[in-house]
Design a protein around this ligand. Structure first.
Ligand SMILES: Nc1ncnc2c1ncn2[C@@H]1O[C@H](COP(=O)(O)OP(=O)(O)OP(=O)(O)O)[C@@H](O)[C@H]1O
Ligand SMILES: [Mg+2]
Length: 372
């Protein structure tokens, strides 16, 4: 199976300039920074002969409303979170890989007659209106030939990514202000895909499902490639808001109840909370079932054998079992560090275990080359 997964750099700053991932065994890697709307996660890895060694990692909570729909709304507030986090990591690595998502990021798989990279680029620019709902001058554009064509096939599949320049530039300016050098701008879903590729012993056709605070991303991987990726605006924050409304408590109280830090005060509250949680989990399972069913209409012979859950939302107790039953596909929580070595005197294994489900994206970004 070809595992050359797409590893995008939305070309910075000129069109079509790609920095490829670091070759196995050589060159420094980027510091992976997943700037989420609930928390920023950082991870630094080093290649070893067997895989990866974890050098350092950490996370810090983001103030509310600093990031909305993937866009930086309050860069100063984000900077104030990043500065102490990076200081705590004690890493000298200033070359970072970040990723973006949201309405300003378009990901499309296009079937085109076989052509050179220059011809693909020219085609995408000339035919941009067909593919991108924004002005071509307002986006960074990048693509990768997935090289899926078989012998005798004169077409090839191209994965195209377009991201609004103002969205990407906002992040670049923030990093610049912090003396960090962005070497990779990836797409959230692809960063996680790279993490799965790096960590899975036996890659299968899987549904990667990341449940963050603001969104759930479903990415169906088939034959080593993303066959369908979809963002659903139904994340953990939504669940907290519904608990808040249903129980008439503050957002903070609802959050504490949800993550198990504050036990329900009565059986009645426990029952009400359980109903709200079940309702949200049902919505999540319906979205996953729908995506898999849609995928199967054209990939009948390539069934999805597992749901791999990640993101803070995946820490909801029993969610993996529930989704496995509802979607009728085995479900497990992703641990990007399962086969990774690290110095247990410096990094607490209990911390690694606890934080693993939400570190997937940062891990994937940390596998990228740190060289420009
Ligand atoms: N133990 C837990 N049980 C349930 N939910 C949890 C738990 N721990 C964290 N969460 C939820 O996970 C969400 C945060 O997850 P994550 O850090 O993956 O989000 P993010 O990457 O910052 O968000 P996004 O990707 O949407 O921008 C929050 O809504 C938080 O309430
Ligand atoms: Mg996230």
């Amino acid at each position: 199976m070809n595992l050359a997964l797409p590893r995008f750099n939305i070309s910075l700053p000129s069109l079509g300039r790609l920095t490829r991932p670091g070759p196995a065994g050589g060159g420094p890697l980027a510091l992976g920074l997943d700037i989420g709307s609930h928390a920023v996660k950082a991870c630094e890895l080093q290649r070893t002969r067997k895989g990866y060694q974890l050098l350092t990692m950490g996370s810090a909570l983001m103030p509310p409303d600093a990031i909305e729909d993937g866009a930086l709304v309050d860069p100063d507030a984000v900077g104030k979170v990043l500065t102490p986090l990076l200081a705590n990591l004690k890493s000298k690595n200033r070359n970072v890989a970040i990723s973006v998502s949201g309405y300003s990021v378009i990901v499309k798989k296009i079937n085109l007659p076989k052509m050179t990279a220059e011809e693909v680029e020219k085609h995408l620019i000339e035919e941009a209106e067909q593919y991108i709902p924004f002005d071509i001058d307002d986006v960074y554009l990048d693509f990768q030939d997935l090289e899926t064509s078989q012998e005798g096939d004169d077409h090839s599949e191209i994965m195209m990514v377009a991201a609004k320049k103002d969205l990407v530039n906002g992040y670049i300016e923030l990093l610049d202000d912090l003396d960090l050098q962005p070497v990779v701008v990836d797409v959230d879903a692809f960063a996680l895909e790279n993490a799965y590729d790096a960590a899975a012993n036996q890659p299968e056709n899987v549904a990667l499902v990341d449940i963050g605070a603001g969104k759930m991303n479903i990415n169906l991987i088939s034959g080593g490639y993303s066959a369908l990726t979809r963002d659903v605006m139904l994340g953990g924050r939504d669940l907290t808001s519904q608990l808040q409304q249903s129980l008439g408590i503050s957002f903070e109280e609802a959050e504490a109840l949800k993550i198990g830090m504050a036990p329900p005060e009565s059986e009645d509250i426990q029952q009400k909370a359980a109903d709200v949680v079940l309702n949200t989990c049902r919505n999540w399972s319906e979205e996953i079932t729908r995506a898999i069913a849609f995928y199967l209409t054209t990939n009948e012979d390539q069934p999805i054998s597992r749901i791999v859950l990640s993101g803070g939302g995946s820490r909801l107790s029993g969610l993996d079992d529930y989704l496995g039953r509802q979607c009728d596909v085995p479900c497990s929580v992703f641990n990007p560090f399962a086969t990774v070595e690290y110095n247990k005197k410096k990094i607490d294994p209990a911390y690694v275990q606890a934080i693993a489900p939400e570190m997937g994206q940062a891990f994937g970004l940390a596998t990228r080359s740190g060289e420009l």
